[in-house]
Design a protein around this ligand. Sequence first.
Ligand SMILES: [Zn+2]
Length: 361
Amino acid sequence: MVKITDLPALIEALRPEDRASADRLFDVGATTGSLDPPEAMRTWIEKSFGSVDAVTKQRIVRVTNRITLQGTLFNGLRASRPLDTGVNMDFEREIEASGGDPFCRPEEGTPADVFGRVRGEHAITASNVAKYDGFHGVIVFDDHNPLHLTPEKVSDYISVGLEWCRKALEADPQARYPFLMWNCLWRAGGSIIHGHAQVTATRATHYPKVEHLRRAASSYHAEHGSNYFDDLCRVHDALGLAVPAENGVRAFASLSPVKEKEIVVIGRSPEDGPLRRTVGALLRDYVEALGVRAFNVAFYMPPLVPVEEDWSGFPTVVHLVDRGSPANRTSDIGAMELYAASVVASDPFKVADVLREAAFG
Ligand SMILES: [Zn+2]
């Protein structure tokens, strides 16, 4: 079984052209952290981590994406813990018990946007009461339980969101930059249990993190003459991190995840059914095969109409990330993540393996 802590050797063993791309994209370093436990701690360490040796010498791999400067620290000790995929029945009951909320009857319980509502097969939009931006809508799912998702339902939620963006653009021709997101359950920033995603449309320039990626990819193209996203997919694929996706769509377990089990899905346009269904299928497997309960999804999309800056070669980039167990009171994000680098326990090779197993048996 390949491990993230083997990454330096795995990159060295790539074919020369893949290795060149990997070296262009990633800075990878490994180090060992050591400690000296007192006799009284040994039993506890053995019980918690399997052996004392596993703790006294800890291998840490640091991966930095040189282009975006997104960086992650993987600790072999944390990554070697088994992934918790158990389903908590109390938690399921808590979700069901919260039914009967305003999102269960959105037409009476939520406001409409100035352009009305968008109705899909599995969702309807509302106007967000306390807005992030001038246009901020909610895609309210027909399903109360956000985890009862299927690829078809997720595809419809996204279609409804895109239609909402077109309506916002009609209402304000300056609202050209769309953003679609999903905060599933409390740990992911969702304050309402009832299934819902959110959509915004902003003016002037795209949100800073999206614009940062556009600029980074554009500089990469200017410097190396190749498409950043193609090279990123190629390196992940060559290392064995690709996960199942429909035709014309690429997906992988990220080498520099922002937090646990991050998956990146890349497609031409969010209008494409295969991209929308791939995101849905991966979310279903996130929940059913990886046991994820709280997650974030974010769609990086080019503007809806031509603008001054150059978006050529920028695809639709979708991020999926696990935000941890609802049973855990500790936040998954601390000062390290906010101000330095992400610290991640889940091994992307293990995540990719589980997702491939779920899709192909
Ligand atoms: Zn509800």
